[in-house]
Design a protein around this ligand. Structure first.
Ligand code: TXA
Ligand code: MG
Length: 345
């Protein structure tokens, strides 16, 4: 049985948080809002509780899980040999949409990271997430609260769609504001490497650590075990996503042609600026202005889910560049499209 509990996203009610914290302490699962996406949480110091997450998500144990903290000094409980730059980054970006991969402390069960000697740590800024971790009195392991390979959940309803009966409590705190997952930065090697672009921009990271590599990220299933989370298929709606990139007018002409020629139900996912070009087409979702990519990020996963509910078979979408949040959007779109990109010149 899944219980849905309403919670005030700005000032979470003590009684609600206490109820959910008790569920975490009992080794069970609580889905909760963060500023990026909803998380599916369990006690990060219990191997049994962590195992429940993999089972509920139907997620392979090869994909490791982020541990969430409420206070920066909890880093000491989760990680060892923490480098100076981790503290500098924590100063600037915690709480926030940055996840650091560090050397794992012995107290953290190995199944949080598929036996790797590392652990990923994030301190969410969302008041509900903060209060839950704080009151539970333990770090909380939480992947995004969707079924494996589905788009991440940005509302409590999305969580329920995917995990009804598989999670004990869902805290409904409204919309996740950023709508895209955190940036994952690996600090265990010689050079910091961005494993996943996300809410904190690479440009912002460079202000603190000038040298940072960005991992190519797209590997096939055979290599996915050594490079966790890098599998191409991910964040996918049921519909087939086709991603377009290239010159504005050429891309639009190509998308229009595909709509005309297709004998399937085609959805179009675009920015406000492109709306006039698809005014005659029925299944259009606009995400906001290209001038403000945070709006696009905010609604992307919800739009994928909406198209699935509408029964659309194919989703056409064009990219939003690679700068700023464009990098995270490109990453999510490319994976949703399972690598299918039509480059139009
Ligand atoms: O914004 C977010 O990060 C959300 C919220 C709930 O915090 N969480 C999230 O978790 O997106 P998940 O499990 O869907 O994605 C975590 C990513 C995966 O790509 C995973 O492979 C990577 O972080 N990761 C976790 N632990 C790691 C580790 N020890 N080494 C390398 N990558 C790791
Ligand atoms: Mg995920």
């Amino acid at each position: 049985m899944t219980r849905m509990l309403q919670v005030n996203p700005r000032q979470p009610e003590t009684a609600v948080i206490e109820t959910a914290a008790e569920v975490i302490r009992a080794g069970r699962l609580v889905a909760f809002p963060t500023e990026t996406v909803y998380g599916l949480g369990a006690n990060a110091l219990s191997a049994e509780a962590i195992q429940r997450i993999y089972t509920a998500k139907q997620r392979p144990a090869s994909d490791p899980i982020i541990a969430h903290i409420a206070h920066i000094d909890q880093l000491h409980h989760l990680a060892t040999d923490i480098p100076d730059i981790a503290w500098q980054l924590a100063q600037r970006f915690m709480p926030g949409a940055l996840t650091l991969v560090l050397r794992r402390h012995d107290d953290v069960p190995a199944n949080i990271a598929n036996g790797l000697e590392t652990v990923a740590v994030r301190m969410p800024s969302h008041p509900v997430a903060h209060a839950l971790i704080d009151v539970a009195g333990t770090p909380i392991a939480a992947p995004s609260a969707n079924t494996f390979t589905r788009p991440s959940a940005t509302t409590a309803q999305h969580v329920l769609q995917d995990l009804d009966g598989r999670v004990d409590v869902i805290l409904d705190g409204g919309l996740a504001t950023i709508g895209l997952e955190s940036t994952v930065l690996d600090l265990t090697g010689e050079t910091p490497v961005v494993l996943r672009p996300g809410g904190v921009l690479v440009e912002q990271l460079r202000e603190v650590i000038p040298i940072v590599q960005v991992s190519p990220r797209y590997v096939d299933e055979a290599t996915a075990t050594t490079s966790p989370g890098q599998m191409l298929k991910h964040y996918s709606p049921d519909a087939n996503v086709i991603l377009f990139s290239g010159d504005d007018s050429a891309v639009i002409a190509r998308m229009q042609a595909m709509i005309r020629e297709s004998n399937q139900r085609v959805g179009v996912l675009i920015a406000d600026e492109d709306q006039t070009h698809f005014a005659a087409h029925a299944d259009v979702i606009t995400l906001g202005s290209r001038q403000d990519l945070s709006q696009i990020g905010h609604g992307l996963f919800a739009a994928f889910r909406r198209f699935d509910q509408m029964g659309v078979n194919v989703i056409l979408v064009r990219d939003f560049g690679r700068d700023g949040l464009g990098a995270a959007l490109w990453d999510r779109l490319l994976r949703a499209a399972e690598g299918q990109v039509i480059q139009v010149d």
